[in-house]
Design a protein around this ligand. Structure first.
Ligand code: SF4
Length: 295
């Protein structure tokens, strides 16, 4: 069996999916609806974005709940997390925090690393751009991962909390991680169009890569945007290239719609006449066309 490819009409079908998509419904379900009120300026957006993306594990309801709980612990002012004068109180307030396998002591260290970074540089955009200009998007994400793992503060030699470094995988690590959470963080910071925050002005949207979560991978595979069944950085690059051919200026524009088509249940992830009938990308879908699923 040959590789599955979308039809020549796929760009038009995808555009129709985008045009009809109920953004308002899915915005309320997305973590960014918790993030936006915490982000009135660049510093707040970066700090809230780093913590929200770090917590982006599990379903959207639990992620939104985790962001809300964290915001409650800092009385709604996330910039306090990186205020050196607040470090003792921060540790006390974060101590009992837990979301899935992420613990308060890890978040406390993350805040410490960010605080050390901001003592030297005004914005994470600078660190990202250094990587981007040296080696492309993957190197930009790698630069961010290094900051968060403790590129500045970590040199002091204090042991990292258990499991800490694994929270910030890089596409340049041996495992070639898809680095979904940091890639999502960059999307939030860079894109100025809804629903993103657009506080970074020096990174072109054409450079972005898709945050490849399980929903985006599932639909991308079944629409023939990648033939890869596993999520790796190579898969991220393939899906992004497929989307870049449709919109070179803003290839990640479709990410929110592809993701929430899966999250919302709009796509049942199986051939279902009643639900698939009105689906705009049905002619391109591997399941609809009757071949086997990626599982
Ligand atoms: S045709 Fe059905 S299975 Fe395929 S993407 Fe659309 S809703 Fe999902």
């Amino acid at each position: 069996m040959g590789e599955h490819r979308p039809t020549a009409e796929f760009p038009r079908h995808l555009e129709a999916l985008y045009a009809r998509f109920p953004f308002t419904r899915s915005y309320g379900d997305d973590p960014i609806s918790e993030l936006r009120p915490l982000a009135p300026d660049l510093r707040h957006a970066e700090v809230a974005g780093v913590f929200a993306s770090t917590l982006a594990i599990g379903n959207t309801t639990s992620i939104r709940g985790a962001i809300r709980r964290l915001a409650g612990l800092v009385d709604g002012d996330v910039a306090r997390l990186v205020d050196p004068a607040w470090s003792v109180e921060r540790g006390r307030r974060l101590r009992g925090f837990r979301h899935r396998w992420i613990r308060g002591d890890q978040l406390d260290r993350l805040a410490e690393h960010l605080s050390a970074f901001y003592a030297q540089e005004p914005s994470l955009e600078t660190a990202f751009l250094r990587g981007l200009n040296a080696g492309g998007f993957a190197a930009g994400v790698d630069a961010l991962a290094r900051v968060l793992r403790g590129g500045v503060a970590g040199r002091r030699g204090r042991p990292l909390p258990r499991g800490y470094a694994a929270l910030f995988p890089s596409p340049l690590d041996a495992g070639r991680s898809p680095s979904k959470r940091l890639t999502l963080f960059v999307r939030w910071m860079v894109r100025q169009r809804f629903p993103d925050l657009g506080v970074w002005r020096r990174v072109p949207t054409g450079e972005l890569c898709v945050p490849l979560d399980q929903h985006v991978h599932w639909i991308a595979y079944h629409l023939g945007l990648t033939a890869r069944r596993s999520r790796s950085w190579r898969t991220v690059e393939e899906v992004t290239e497929s989307l870049r051919r449709i919109d070179p200026i803003d290839p990640v524009r479709y990410d929110f719609v592809l993701c929430h088509t899966g999250v919302s249940g709009d796509c049942p992830k199986e051939r279902d006449l009643a639900i698939c009938g009105p689906c705009s990308v049905r002619p391109d879908c591997l399941l609809w066309r009757g071949r086997r699923s990626a599982g």
